[in-house]
Design a protein around this ligand. Structure first.
Ligand code: NAD
Ligand code: IPM
Ligand code: MN
Length: 374
């Protein structure tokens, strides 16, 4: 079942239907390049095994590139992606030499906002019981998906500072929500739940305090949920949600929430899965060029040491393959990662003793050797 289910009638301009399917690859900073190399090894293995019409083009945009050239994301890059690429794969951004994250704002948030990728799809799945830090919880009990709104909220960068550096300093940072923006993410969540046989959608906000923005979420959620009476809809304030995610994660099936809350609850979700090294994500606008990236950041202290776990990137690659219509290859990539985790062939964060590249090599070999289901 394609992840990127169509919400609109088939669009002949849909980049997923182009041949060849060209993927823009932006390895980025810190451990980003290392995990990207491994994800690309697995992609090559899958492309060869299933004769996929895929090619990749790698872009150097990163903190290094910014410090050398002053360039973050070149003008026209997003138009090029939208018009000429089927998908984008990103490693990670963040470098202590660029403390204001200016380059990441342009490249990472620029891609999410500029391509209007309004769904940040983040599955929380335990591939082996031993990885979940919750006592006695099984993989069946921790298996949910977070739909994080990805183009509004606290991330729009609205605000300013007055009298900076003085005792009278004032800082304003606004959250912005639009009726259309809230409605489309909530609708996409219910559509996904219905298409994937999920039973319930839980919306998290802080509408008891945020009486304007989050009250809009409440109203829209109530309205849209009435159109999906086959799906149970329920609500938690986000503070209660994070407590419940730890106490009783089996309550959750599909979660929808704001941009900032989605950022926070999905790190907690990654913790339930065994850590940030194993969490993948997709930034989607159904029917358009979308972007895939691990949930983790650039982990600068691990960069260049060969210890970073490439699974988050590789599971993001599985989501990319699924979105491009290569379901069998996607299932093989995820299956190879799950088996490797269960058998202990992992980096140290998951208890194993393999290096980043040894994990990638192993998964690429497993994917290449996949025996067809049919
Ligand atoms: P981080 O995700 O980079 O690392 C936090 C911790 O998680 C690490 O110290 C490590 O213990 C663990 N971890 C993360 N990825 C791992 C992996 N692949 N394998 C094994 N362990 C892993 O978060 P941070 O330290 O808060 O941020 C570092 C930089 O990354 C900052 O500049 C931050 O802004 C940025 N960041 C970027 C992204 C992104 O590019 N999407 C996401 C989060 C943070
Ligand atoms: C993430 C990251 C980003 C975010 C940062 C690096 C801008 O934490 O992808 O989860 O907050 O969205
Ligand atoms: Mn985050």
């Amino acid at each position: 079942m394609p992840l990127c289910y169509d919400l609109a009638p088939m669009n002949t301009q849909d980049p997923r239907h182009r041949r060849p399917q060209t993927i823009a690859v932006i390895p980025g900073d810190g451990i980003g390049p290392e995990v990207t190399v491994e994800a690309m090894k697995v992609l090559s293995a899958a492309a060869e095994r299933w004769e996929l019409p895929i090619e990749t083009v790698t872009f150097p945009w990163s903190a290094d590139h910014f410090l050398e050239t002053g360039e973050t994301l070149p003008p026209g890059a997003l138009d090029d992606f939208r018009d000429n690429y089927s998908a984008i794969f990103i490693g990670a951004f963040g470098d202590p030499r660029v403390p204001d994250m200016r380059h990441a704002k342009d490249i990472l948030l620029g891609t999410r906002f500029g391509l209007d990728l309004y769904i940040n799809f983040r599955p929380v799945k335990v591939y082996d019981e031993r990885l979940c830090p919750l006592k006695g919880k099984t993989p069946e009990q921790v298996d949910f998906v977070v739909f994080r709104e990805n183009t509004e909220g606290a991330y729009v960068g609205a605000g300013g500072q007055l009298k900076r550096g003085t005792p009278d300093e004032v800082a304003v940072q606004e959250e912005i929500y639009t009726r259309k923006g809230v409605e489309r993410i909530i609708r996409a969540t219910f559509e996904y739940a219905r298409a994937h046989g999920r039973k319930s959608v839980c919306m998290a906000d802080k509408s008891n305090v945020m009486r304007y923005g989050h009250e809009l979420w409440q109203r829209v959620f109530a309205e849209v949920s009435r159109e999906y009476d086959d799906i149970e809809s329920w609500h938690l304030f986000v503070d209660a949600m994070v407590m419940q995610m730890v106490r009783k994660p089996e309550q959750f099936d599909v979660i929808v929430t704001t941009n900032m809350f989605g950022d926070i609850v999905t790190d907690l979700g990654a913790g339930l899965q065994g850590g940030l090294g194993v969490a993948g994500s997709a930034n989607l606008h159904p029917g358009r060029t979308s972007m895939f990236e691990p949930v983790h950041g650039s982990a600068p202290k691990y960069a260049g040491k060969g210890v970073a776990n490439p699974m988050g990137g590789i599971l993001s690659l599985a989501l990319l393959l699924e979105t491009l219509g290569h379901d069998e290859a996607a299932a093989a990539v995820e299956g190879a990662a799950a088996r490797s985790i269960r058998e202990g062939w992992t980096t140290a964060d998951l208890g194993g003793d393999l290096s980043t590249s040894e994990v990638g090599d192993r998964l690429a070999r497993a994917v290449a050797a996949t025996v067809s289901a049919g």
